[in-house]
Design a protein around this ligand. Sequence first.
Ligand SMILES: Cc1cc2nc3c(=O)[nH]c(=O)nc-3n(C[C@H](O)[C@H](O)[C@H](O)COP(=O)(O)OP(=O)(O)OC[C@H]3O[C@@H](n4cnc5c(N)ncnc54)[C@H](O)[C@@H]3O)c2cc1C
Length: 456
Amino acid sequence: MYDPLRHNSPGCGEKYPDSYWASVSGIDASVNSAVSSTSSGDDGQVTQDLEVDVVIIGAGYTGLSTALHLAKEHGIKAHVLEANQTAWGCSGRNAGFILKSSGRKAYSTMQKQWGEEVMRGVYHEMCEGVETVKNLIAQGIDCDQQAAGFIKVAHKPGMLKELIAQAKLQQTMFGYDVQILTEQDVRQQYMDDHNAYGAIRYQDGFGLNPLKLALGYQRLAREAGAKIHTSSPVIDWREESGKQILTTPKGEVKAQKVVIATNGYTPKGFHGLVKNRTLPVLSQIIVTQPLTDEQIAACNFLTSNVVMDTRALKYYYRKLPDNRILFGGRGAITGKGAEDPYFANRLLEVLKTSFPPLANIKYDYAWSGWICMALDDLPHIFQNEKNTIFYSMGYCGSGVSFSAQAGKRLAQKVAGKSVPNLPLYQKELPKFPFAPLRRVGQWGYFHYGKIKDNYF
Ligand SMILES: Cc1cc2nc3c(=O)[nH]c(=O)nc-3n(C[C@H](O)[C@H](O)[C@H](O)COP(=O)(O)OP(=O)(O)OC[C@H]3O[C@@H](n4cnc5c(N)ncnc54)[C@H](O)[C@@H]3O)c2cc1C
């Protein structure tokens, strides 16, 4: 599997992974490109030299949202260059949890570091992220949205106290509507998860089909005048007379401005502006066989809310519209090990400890994708001094909603408009010290997490 810390390109025209999403989103299996009614397709490969104003590299949510907002709000019709298929990266592989958050930085830490005003500003942007997604969906994207609710489960009795403290802070600071659920509440009213020792529940997270969402963004962006070129990896990049010249396999694209929207899939040595500033980490998902009515009753699986636990190495799950369970957690450390069934089976075993009546269940789909960690646990939307190269990355595995907002803000930056004065938008991604040892650090963190989750 492509490994961004080892390979110089994610490939060219690679098919979607064999995921549940690829099988239920109207993907034509013979050509493995999107031809569903939710999509009017894309603009195909770049086959000749082009000269354009703005190029966006990467057709995930960030790239597509930037293209859409540039066209709609600023009259700039960008060309998006995607190495493989639209949403071939994280955007077509994720769990589809729409949450009012991104990154991993706690609000209490932001308050200590930057003060209350900045903390509130970041919270406001995260809320706007969800609103931006909802507004785009309302423009006619059919993406199998499920009932609202996000349950954060205490995986140990002691963790409920921490969750309650979090809920109280969010209630007082932001007036956020957070419910506190005892162990009995969770097991009787939502799902009989044997690893749940109470929970807090937000009223406003929800699940959807992430690939259909991306294909919907693509359709809206193209209707607004953007071009989306698939099978067009940028394999070389130089600057001549102030212009950016990007080489793709069948043509060079010359642009005034370039947006890097490659997040966890950014290839090794891609551009100096983002070098050594991210850590790609594999997240793994399995989707089970559909549960029978008896299995659903035995697990008291009443909810289709999105669920995540409090472990350092988190597990997340939800019941899909066809009664399968999507279950996710950490994957392999390197791309080489990514397809080893060990990682999918490990998730299946944890799922069975949560729901013992599913002791004989199997999974029908398993795949993984590269999330993008940032050293300071926060995404950054930044640019070079000349305002010719821009990027947004570092969502730390929580970017489905915020990447839409990031794209909106990136479009403002590219168009020369001002954006809120927040660390998200004004500070660059910090560099990883000892960058060649990032994987060793990750290995160490996984071991620390395992010990913390099991013994403390
Ligand atoms: C298993 C998993 C589960 C997740 N679950 C959730 C969730 O439930 N909720 C949530 O909020 N977040 C989740 N995330 C994270 C979320 O999916 C990402 O934050 C988000 O999709 C990032 O979108 P993006 O557009 O920035 O990047 P991506 O969607 O990764 O797009 C980057 C694109 O850049 C392209 N590219 C790279 N290099 C080049 C090049 N040289 N030339 C051209 N194109 C190039 C790639 O092919 C890729 O398609 C999950 C991630 C994973 C992997």
